[in-house]
Ligand binder design. Sequence first.
Ligand SMILES: [Zn+2]
Length: 148
Amino acid sequence: MEIPYIIEYEDIINYAHILKTIPCCVCHGHSARIKIQIQSETLDKSDMVVNFYDLKKILKRFDHITLISKEYCTGWTGKMGDGVIVEIKEKRYVFPTSDVLFLEQEPTVEYLSELIYNEVKNLNEEFKVRVQVWETEKGSCVYGDKLL
Ligand SMILES: [Zn+2]
């Protein structure tokens, strides 16, 4: 067994979301700190575990966007369907379609951690990956494999 490398990448993403629980059922935002750790026993052709730029690209998908469970999408509006209607807890929002990323589940810190984990794991199935997302300074979720 080779001695493994562990790399860490940290960044901040800004997103809005709506959850079904009170008080989070009001559209609000977070500046979430994300930490990605990857353990690998091998390096790529560039002698890296992974290019940090690839991790930045993964996080970019969730940055400056409104995360909403697709369960609350009730229709489209506008000439080209360029507005999306979201109904939750007897409230109706209309967002520009380009400003929303619909997810399969509630956009909780737990699910966001899992989504980022899956994206990193897709880079290389051999990686052991651990993701931590701080939604606030006080609360975070850790999701992933056991590292050294
Ligand atoms: Zn929130």
